[in-house]
Write a protein that binds this ligand. Sequence first.
Ligand code: CA
Length: 227
Amino acid sequence: MRILVVEDEKHLAEALGHLLKKNNYTVDISNDGESGLDNALSGIYDVIVLDVMLPKLDGISILKEIRGEGLDVPVIMLTAKGEISDKVLGLDSGADDYLAKPFNTEELLARIRALGRRRGEIITESALSFGNTSLDTGSLVLKNGTEEVALTLKECELMEFLMLRKNLVASKEQIIEKLWGFESEAEANHVEVYVSFLRKKLKFVHSNISINAIRGVGYKLEVCADV
Ligand code: CA
């Protein structure tokens, strides 16, 4: 699970990064609102821990932008003591949870686990269907009614990523980061190869969705108008 921490208090940010890594999460840290928003919009995170008071851009504005872009990544807001109205505003703006500072680190871990679980449930239950096509990430099967085809793990991960970002552009860089990780040597042509495999399998089940190339940027999963 990959977590983004947006927190300008350097000591707290470092401590959180350390704690989360120790608990086997992959962590990226942003120390101001602008870089936090850039990272959040990459769409590669499973949970975002977002401070409210930040330099350059505040947490509530970041949250609104994320939701405005259609990203449903779970967000936990961190609020300073007594910022009751911020809590309410955060939940109204689409936050999933909040923690008041100073907080117990065990409690933060418990909340992250809960949100990660909930996201897993949402994904396996319903979120992964689009057009006439559904994806079962447990059994790695792509389906259209009674027609189905087995996917490899990487094909399934790519399809899941595209379905979570349906109608949004996913860049090749984001796909590489999500499927192979930041440190990976994977290149854009890896992505092209997997996209071509998936296109064949979509065609095989007579799917009405297609992976459209957005020139110079990446790919967008869309329902074809004329199928
Ligand atoms: Ca702060």
